[in-house]
Design a protein around this ligand. Structure first.
Ligand SMILES: O=C(O)c1ccccc1N[C@@H]1O[C@H](COP(=O)(O)O)[C@@H](O)[C@H]1O
Length: 213
C-alpha cells in the first residue's frame, strides 16, 4: 500500500450536495469551471456562493480556457480563489501567474511520451489526454490516458493525473503512474454537472488506498 496520501481534486462543482461530499470525504481541492461551453460552467456569482461554504484547508481552484485578463479580473473580483487551472500556452500561463499573483496549474495535453514536459515554470502541471478532434471542450471528456506511458516517469516538478478517472479505476491509475495527485470530473457524476456524493466518497477512498507499483 502507498504510504503517501494521494492529493485529490474534484472538479466541476455546481451544487451544494457535491461540495458537501468533497468536504465530508476529504478532498484537497474543489474546482469551479468558468468555461461557458462546459456543462459544469457556473458564473462568478454562483461560484462566490459556493466558495464561501468551503471549509478551511480545502483549496478552491478556478478553471479557465484561454482567458483574457478581463475574464480573470471579473471572476477574481467576486470569487475568493486559491489557484488558477488554465488551458492555455505556457507563455500565457506564466504571464497570468505573474500578473495575478496566484499559483497556476497548466493543462498539458498528452498523446505520447514526447509530449511530457522536461520542466515546469508554473506551480503544477495537469497531465491529461489530448481531447478528441471533434471535442467541444479541451477537458472533462471522460477520456483517459494510456497510463503505462507514465510508468516510472518521475519529473522534478509537481504534477497531477487527470482524464477519465473514476472510483473503479483510480487505484490502478495511481498504482501504474505513481501520481501523487489526481483530478476528476465526469467520473463522479450522475449527469454532466451533477456530482454523485457516493462516487466522490469511493473515489477519494480508492485514490488513497492504491498499491503503488
Ligand atoms: O470539466 C469540464 O467540463 C472541463 C471543461 C473544460 C476544460 C476542462 C474541463 N475539465 C477538466 O478536465 C479534466 C478531466 O476531466 P474528466 O475527469 O475526464 O471529466 C479535469 O482536469 C477536469 O478538471
Amino acid at each position: 500500500m502507498s504510504s503517501v496520501r494521494t492529493g485529490v481534486k474534484i472538479c466541476g462543482i455546481t451544487e451544494e450536495a457535491g461540495l458537501e461530499a468533497c468536504m465530508k470525504y476529504g478532498a484537497d481541492w474543489v474546482g469551479f469551471v468558468f468555461f461557458e461551453r462546459s456543462p459544469r460552467y457556473i458564473n462568478a456569482l454562483r461560484a462566490k456562493v459556493l466558495a464561501a461554504q468551503v471549509t478551511d484547508g480545502i483549496k478552491k481552484v478556478g478553471l479557465f480556457v484561454r482567458p483574457d485578463d478581463a475574464d480573470l479580473e471579473r471572476v477574481l473580483g467576486q470569487v475568493d480563489l486559491d489557484i488558477l487551472q488554465l488551458y492555455t500556452t505556457p507563455e500565457r500561463a506564466v504571464q497570468i501567474q505573474d500578473k495575478f499573483g496566484l499559483p497556476v496549474w497548466l493543462s498539458i495535453p498528452v498523446a505520447s511520451q514526447a509530449d511530457l514536459p522536461q520542466q515546469s515554470i508554473v506551480e503544477r502541471l495537469v497531465i491529461e489526454p489530448k481531447p478528441p478532434v471533434n471535442a467541444t471542450r479541451p477537458g472533462g471528456n471522460a477520456q483517459r490516458l494510456n497510463w503505462d506511458m507514465l510508468h516510472g516517469w518521475k519529473p522534478a516538478y509537481l504534477w497531477m493525473l487527470a482524464g477519465g478517472l473514476n472510483p473503479e479505476n483510480v487505484g490502478q491509475a495511481v498504482a501504474t503512474t505513481g501520481a501523487a495527485a489526481v483530478d476528476v470530473s465526469s467520473g463522479v457524476e450522475t449527469a454532466p454537472g451533477i456530482k454523485n456524493p457516493d462516487a466522490i466518497a469511493r473515489f477519494i477512498h480508492n485514490a488513497r488506498t492504491s498499491a503503488v507499483g
